[in-house]
Design a protein around this ligand. Structure first.
Ligand SMILES: *Cc1c(COP(=O)(O)O)cnc(C)c1O
Length: 377
């Protein structure tokens, strides 16, 4: 499935570390999602991989976009996306950024507090707004709880306040956390939203949309979560049940599930050595680490599958560490990774499914290590 990437790496032998992204695969991932969830409008979460070739491919394929900042909005516009296909999904925005977005024609904004309603009313008067409610994130490898989202009880008063202030109360959103491995989390959110649709209808406000957020899982080493079609099937059943087969506009904001499987990261082994303090242990130092784009290895949350050269037949457990002098720059210690017993300095190690949340997570040069190079095929 990543033959194009393998060929590119084979033929070009680029300096490591680098990520190679297969744009055809990005587009296939998007298209298969439109087939699995024909009832949803897909707003790609730009932060997962904001590279221009990715945005352009998705824009050409007809995708919409969830942007979290003015720079992301500008990147989408530059990729040829019309403003109606962009949602400003960050619930915490500077007034100047709201005004700039409105001036560029963005008309759909997220919020989750009264302070944000006031800013939106002042700087994007008449805009459509949706209120983000908090839902449980259990089951997510990369949870997002508490930082965003109001309590469900606050949503109706907030949407009424938005209406009062001259905004258009358009709907509700929630986010189940990233790399969510339990479909039930979306079902809980949907049921909350259905209750709020009723409650607001009774107050004379008819909402038009629900944004189910992102979080759709991809296969990593530690995940035997549901397949995408299972997640979408159960979401579809729940929506049709609570809305009696008359669905409102449904938006989804997948990031990871669109780009992760389209990328591979190649790194080089700098050193393999045994450390004897605290128990004899093999350590493998790579030229990529926590600060070089693998931020999601924090807490060993996201465990990438590794590929080694050749056909190794004997493996030994090792700690995998990055190249910087920071002691947090250890990728996997408890996760018990196995490496070939003959692994040595200069060998190549490839991380699978690294098209999401890697390149832009890399530091600009901590300890003198350059940001992660990214190539597109
Ligand atoms: C990060 C984010 C997403 C994308 O999440 P994935 O887990 O990559 O699908 C979608 N919506 C919002 C609001 C986000 O913050």
């Amino acid at each position: 499935m990543t033959a194009k990437i393998d060929n590119y790496l084979e033929q070009n032998n680029p300096a490591t570390p680098c990520v190679v992204v297969d744009l055809e695969r990005v587009e296939t991932n998007y298209r298969s999602m439109t087939e699995l969830a024909p009832w949803a409008e897909i707003f790609y979460a730009v932060k997962a991989n904001p590279a221009m070739p990715v945005l352009s491919s998705l824009s050409d394929a007809g995708c919409s976009f969830d942007a979290a900042s003015i720079a992301e909005i500008e990147a989408c516009l530059e990729a040829g996306v019309s403003p109606e296909r962009i949602s400003y999904g960050n619930t915490v925005k500077k007034s100047a950024d709201i005004a700039a977005a409105a001036a560029k024609g963005i008309g759909l904004f997220a919020f989750d507090s009264l302070g944000e309603v006031e800013k939106l009313a002042a700087f994007a008067p008449g805009a459509k707004v949706f209120c983000r409610i908090v839902v449980a994130n259990d089951g997510a490898r990369w949870p997002l709880t508490r930082k965003f989202g109001c309590a469900p009880d606050e949503a109706a008063p907030l949407l009424l306040a938005a209406k009062q202030a001259g905004l258009v109360p358009a709907g509700l959103s929630f986010h189940v956390g990233s790399q969510q491995t339990e479909s039930e989390r979306w079902l809980e959110g949907i049921s909350r939203c259905a209750d709020l649709f009723e409650q607001l209808a009774a107050e004379g406000v008819s909402l038009e949309l629900i944004n189910l957020g992102g979080g759709f899982p991809v296969p990593y080493r530690n995940d035997d979560g549901p397949e995408l079609h299972e997640v979408f099937d159960s979401i579809s059943r729940a929506l049709n049940e609570v809305f009696d087969n008359k669905l409102p506009r449904i938006l989804i904001e997948p990031g990871r599930a669109v780009v992760a499987t389209a990328g591979k990261l190649r790194s080089e082994v700098i050193l393999v050595t045994e450390r004897i303090y605290g128990g004899r242990q093999l350590w493998v130092y790579l030229d990529v680490g926590r600060y070089g784009g693998l931020a999601e290895t924090e807490g060993e949350a996201i465990q990438y599958r590794l590929e080694f050269q050749g056909q190794p037949d004997a493996f030994a457990s090792a700690v995998i560490a990055g190249p910087t002098c920071d002691s947090h720059d250890v990728l996997y210690e408890d996760a018990s990774y196995d490496v070939p017993t003959d692994l040595k300095a200069g060998d190549l190690v490839t991380f699978q499914n690294t098209g999401a949340y890697t390149s832009t997570y890399a530091s600009i040069g901590f300890n003198g290590f350059a940001p992660l190079a990214e190539y597109f095929v």
